[in-house]
Design a protein around this ligand. Structure first.
Ligand code: ZN
Length: 657
């Protein structure tokens, strides 16, 4: 294991807390030590308060912060004197503990202190580092784990049996540590949970963590339980979007709201899912309670070759009591599914949640496989895992979440997404919580947004074969399709009918009409399975009702598309899919309108550019974002009972009215 300490970098950090931040970040950089908010660290310092008294303060990682990116503001300052008194109490409920920790802080605006705060306070060292290191939990979760830990660390570690994180664990650690620690003690192992190191300096504590975890890694290597066979499984190139969207539909139904479903068909995940013993391995508990907390019902469901549907049904039935239980805020939907063909599927209301689950389970796969090589994976008993779900602290955290944005768990696809109205639609949908697939012939769309809830696909919609490919991509990444925004189109140079070449006419109709028909047809099976009903929004044009001379191909294509939308509303209403159109006019902040073109059009009407932009009844400028916000709202609850509507967004036009 790499020791990332750098004396030059460290020298730039002069206070105890600054060094605490520095070495916490080093721990956070190694995903085999700390994953997504896991692990916590602390430092004890002496401070003088406003009335001149000196106090010992524990700066401990606050909730909501990741070690990898933590700052000084991410540490909660808690008065040591009170923490040490709490550690001696006979019992303390979780809500009481949360209250005591919060009211013992010296800074009201600091984040809530970690649930492991009292444990940190009870360890008599200036710096305390705690991780859920993969190598350590691999060994504690394997057959004869306790004996192996003793063999590796001898008397250097105090070993604590598994207790759920919270006050009872803190008290047990404090007692055991006081009774068992000797001058040889350099750390503490929490069975089925993780490892603590400590020291009088940030470097000493960090170095020890690396050294102790390296010993666990070396033990695995020496026992031929480190190197895993190279995964050989390869993903299928056939269409899987029907199966994926069905699975997502079932998970969403169990959750009671739409969920994203992200598939990982990497060789490692497919090989793991295809193991002959996957039925047994996948049904065991997680490697550390932290993983349950972060992923809720993580590894409880594995699909065997018999087929997933029966497995899900029985799973949902078994867990129905949890859903009905008023005490728990958790729904019975699985957050991950293993499938021999779909690989590792991770579900979440946000794309980020699915990414976190994927990361955690990829590490878990490695832990399980290494522990298996070591003699067998032995996780926590199932009832301990379920205890965590009822854990008061977690309940409180879940309740604090607030109302999710309106399109949470839903997927939208926008065509012509690289610029103008399409790009604005992507932004409007992301802002409302949707995961968005942006499609454009311009490959720059792939780099449009670097975030887990956006997928940019370069795709020529005029090429019929590329459309199903784009939908397959979208389904594999996010699980299906709920909203389709048909925006892509071309507005060619004006031509009178008498001079209109056939090729020009065909090109415009191919892109503005035919491509949309194919996309709608191919999207229908996915939209039909949208958990909250499918929505299609057509970006039409003023030209539908007020055509202009010289725009025969464009106006005809948009009018035909308008008619297509009306037919779709008739045909798809029974599938819960609603189709609405909006007709923008004079949206000048798009790629179609250069400054020169604007100036020449304005001059044509004897107007300034500004007056030309406001040339409508309301005298307002229509921007891409206005059109995009209307398109997004048409997918929202306001339009839940509306289909086949056509709404102008043009500032009022006397030719249309
Ligand atoms: Zn922990």
């Amino acid at each position: 294991m790499q020791n990332r300490w750098n004396n030059q970098d460290a020298a730039r950090h002069t206070t105890d807390l600054a060094l605490r931040v520095y070495s916490s970040r080093l721990l956070g950089q190694d995903s085999s030590l700390v994953l997504h908010g896991g692990g916590n660290t602390s430092v004890k310092v002496t401070e003088t308060n406003l009335v001149g008294e000196t106090e010992e303060i524990l700066y401990v990682k606050g909730s909501g912060w990741d070690l990898e990116s933590i700052e000084e503001a991410g540490f909660a300052p808690v008065r040591m004197a009170h923490l040490l008194k709490l550690a001696r109490l006979e019992s303390l409920t979780d809500p009481q503990m949360v209250n005591e920790l919060k009211t013992s802080m010296t800074l009201a605006s600091a984040p809530s202190p970690s649930v492991e705060t009292i444990l940190h306070a009870a360890l008599p060292y200036k710096y305390v580092d705690h991780t859920h290191a993969d190598a350590v939990v691999t060994i504690t979760n394997s057959h004869n784990g306790l004996a192996r830990i003793r063999e590796i660390y001898g008397e250097e570690m105090v070993i604590i049996p598994y207790v759920m994180p919270g006050f009872d664990l803190a008290r047990l650690c404090a007692e055991r540590f006081a009774a068992e620690a000797t001058e040889k003690t350099v750390g503490m192992i929490l069975m089925n949970h993780g490892i603590f190191s400590f020291g009088e300096s940030a470097k000493a504590s960090y170095d020890l963590m690396i050294e102790l975890v390296t010993r666990a890694e070396d033990y695995l290597k020496a026992n031929n339980a480190w190197d895993l066979p190279a995964p050989t499984a390869t993903g299928s190139s056939k269409s899987l979007r029907g199966e994926i969207s069905t699975l997502r539909q079932e998970i969403s139904a169990a959750a009671g709201h739409p969920m994203l479903l992200s598939t990982d068909m990497s060789p490692a995940c497919l090989s793991f899912a295809r193991r002959a013993d996957i039925g047994t391995l996948s049904q065991q508990g997680p490697a550390t309670p932290d993983h349950v907390i972060r992923t809720k019902r993580l590894p409880l469901l594995g699909r065997d070759v018999a087929g997933y549907t029966a497995a899900y049904r029985s799973y949902f039935k078994e867990n129905a009591t949890h859903a009905k239980d008023e005490k728990t805020m958790l729904d019975p939907a699985p957050r991950m599914v293993l499938d021999p063909e779909l690989g590792l599927c991770c579900a979440g209301r946000r794309a980020k949640d699915a990414v976190i689950i994927n990361d955690i389970y990829r590490h878990t796969q490695q832990i399980i496989q290494r522990a298996t090589l070591l003699g067998g994976y032995q996780a926590l008993p199932a009832h301990d895992i379920f205890d965590v779900e009822y854990w008061d602290l977690e309940q409180a955290k879940l309740r604090k979440g607030g109302t999710p944005p309106p399109f949470s768990g839903e997927v939208a696809l926008v065509t012509g997404a690289a610029s103008g109205i399409g790009k604005a639609c992507v932004e409007a949908l992301l802002a409302r919580g949707a995961a968005v697939v942006g499609v454009d012939i311009n490959p720059e769309v792939k780099q449009l947004f670097q975030r887990p809830d956006f997928l940019g696909l370069a795709c020529d919609l005029a090429d019929e074969a590329q459309i199903p490919q784009a939908l397959e991509h979208a389904a594999r990444r996010f699980g299906g399709l709920d909203m389709l925004i048909l925006n892509a189109g071309i507005f060619p140079q004006g031509r009178r009918i008498s001079e209109l070449p056939t090729a020009h006419w065909r090109k415009v109709l191919n892109i503005n009409l035919d491509a949309n028909l194919i996309l709608m047809r191919e999207s229908h099976p996915l939209l039909k399975r949208a958990p909250a009903g499918g929505r299609v929004v057509i970006i039409g044009s003023k030209n539908v009702s007020a055509p202009g001379p010289g725009a025969a191909a464009y106006s005809a294509s948009k009018a035909a598309l308008n008619q297509l939308a009306r037919i779709a509303a008739l045909e798809w209403g029974c599938d819960g899919i609603r189709i609405n159109s909006l007709h923008p006019d004079a949206v000048f902040d798009t790629a179609l309108w250069s400054d020169e073109l604007l100036q020449s059009r304005a001059a044509h009407y004897n107007l300034t550019v500004d007056a030309y932009k406001h040339k409508n009844l309301l005298q307002v400028e229509i921007r891409s974002c206005d059109v995009a916000n209307l398109a997004a709202e048409m997918c929202g609850p306001l339009f839940a009972k509306t289909t086949a509507a056509q709404i102008p967004i043009d500032g009022g036009n006397d030719r249309v009215i």
